[in-house]
Design a protein around this ligand. Structure first.
Ligand SMILES: CC(C)(COP(=O)(O)OP(=O)(O)OC[C@H]1O[C@@H](n2cnc3c(N)ncnc32)[C@H](O)[C@@H]1OP(=O)(O)O)[C@@H](O)C(=O)NCCC(=O)NCCSC(=O)C1=CCCCC1=O
Length: 385
């Protein structure tokens, strides 16, 4: 050996901040431990042969809180950070998949029960929470593996934000996408105001971000938010597309209709009934995610990550500028509109309404009312019965 005389060290060093054994049980759990994050390493599979590749893995970070639409609790935020950091530093991992449990939701953002019952009127506590939230988005954007959002169901509010932090998204066609901030007392400051204008156009980003309208997966594919939409409903041995959404034509009567809900009430009712009765199957969703990962696996790892980081830099540019000032607004707002908005959503079973009386609130503001409990009581729903 020509350079044998040079002293070298060959024992592998450990660069992991989060040891898997340590975080399982602390920040991660198993299916039965919901609410929690489940971290799994699955063998890399060649999609052409179905064979597992020895020694190479795909990491999966899964939000596991299905009863609350996979919203993330404070502990789950730590679990996501641990997951992305762990996969980032694991030499055997080819890519990281971010997903949620079940078919209803990928994630609907922060846990509104925690927000309403603990964080509202505790601004400093929420500031500390936001430090964790920001680190969660950073951990996705900094992950040294390609990240794929496997959108298993609705991606709403903070769920949309952490999903958009991923490099690519493949979605179930039952998923819907949108924001909830301005309806429930927050602003889409966890990434949506930064990422959406890059991914949609400015006009669409403005409306989607503010209006709180939910858009279908097909509409979002047409508007370039996601890479691929796949059916998950199974009729016998055939996959069928979401029957509530128009996918067989682009234009109707001069309007763009692709990705919109069908308008005929009777047909929509039938479609809903079909949706209820048919079973769901994630095989096509998993196959599409696997296809992307297999493409990456067959490229130079260093060149792949350099290229990804070059594109991520544009997303990070706006995120990095805004994340700290946003944190301070969000924390202060926990005393005001967030107290009202999350309070209304969290008490909907008591009052029968999940929002405040917005017009009354504006009238009170117009009359110079103070932001005190008297004003708040006037606009909140009232306990029924
Ligand atoms: C529009 C919805 C996402 C879906 O509506 P719908 O299909 O009508 O379902 P619901 O009956 O509302 O929900 C089913 C049950 O899940 C519970 N749920 C849903 N979302 C959450 C949540 N985020 N946290 C806790 N629990 C949740 C819901 O209460 C129902 O439970 P039940 O016991 O009644 O069966 C709609 O659900 C919705 O609008 N959800 C709230 C979305 C939201 O406001 N998220 C937080 C936004 S703020 C945020 O995420 C932030 C991120 C970073 C920056 C700061 C910030 O604010």
């Amino acid at each position: 050996m020509p350079l044998e005389w040079m002293p070298r060290e060959h024992e592998l060093k450990n660069h992991l901040l989060f040891e898997e054994d340590m975080v399982r049980g602390r920040y991660w759990g198993n299916d039965e431990d919901a609410p929690c994050v489940v971290y799994t390493k699955k063998p890399l599979v060649n999609p052409k042969t179905g064979e597992e590749v020895p020694g190479l893995y795909v990491a999966e970070v899964r939000l596991n809180n299905p009863r609350q639409y996979n919203s993330y609790t404070t502990t789950m935020v730590k679990g996501v950070i641990a997951g992305f950091r762990a996969s980032s530093g694991d030499r055997s991992v080819v890519a990281t998949v971010f997903t949620g449990t079940g078919f209803d939701a990928f994630c609907t953002g922060g846990n509104t029960k925690e927000y309403s019952e603990y964080y509202s009127k505790r601004p400093n506590e929420y500031g500390e929470y936001m430090d964790l939230f920001n680190e969660m988005v950073d951990s996705i954007l900094m992950c040294k593996k390609p990240t794929v959002c496997r959108v298993n169901g609705m991606r709403v509010a903070g769920g949309q934000e952490i999903g958009m932090a991923c490099d690519l998204a493949v979605t179930s066609d039952l998923a819907i996408f949108g924001q909830a901030g301005a309806r429930h007392g927050s602003a889409p400051d966890g990434g949506s105001t930064d990422f959406l204008p890059w991914m949609l156009n400015m006009e669409d980003a403005m409306w989607n971000c503010v209006s709180c309208e939910m858009w279908s997966a097909y509409k979002m594919r047409a508007k370039n938010l996601v890479s691929k939409v796949v059916p998950v409903l199974k009729d016998g041995d055939k996959f069928i597309r979401n029957p509530m959404i128009i996918t067989d034509r682009y234009v109707d009567g001069g309007e763009i209709v692709y990705g919109e809900y069908i308008r005929d009430k009777a047909a929509l009712g039938e479609a809903k009934a079909k949706l209820k009765e048919l079973p769901r199957d994630a095989a096509m969703l998993d196959a599409e995610v696997n296809k992307i990962i297999w493409t990456f696996a067959n490229l130079f790892p260093g060149c792949v990550m350099k290229s990804i980081d070059g594109i991520r830099a544009k997303k990070k540019f706006f995120w990095d500028q805004a994340k700290l000032p946003n944190r301070h607004w969000l924390m202060a707002n926990m005393n005001y509109e967030a107290f009202l908005g999350f309070g209304a959503f969290n008490t909907k079973k008591i009052t029968g309404t999940d929002v405040i009386d917005f017009i009354k609130f504006r009238q009170l503001i117009a009359s110079g009312a103070e932001a005190d409990d008297k004003t708040f009581a006037e606009v909140m729903g009232k306990p029924q019965g």
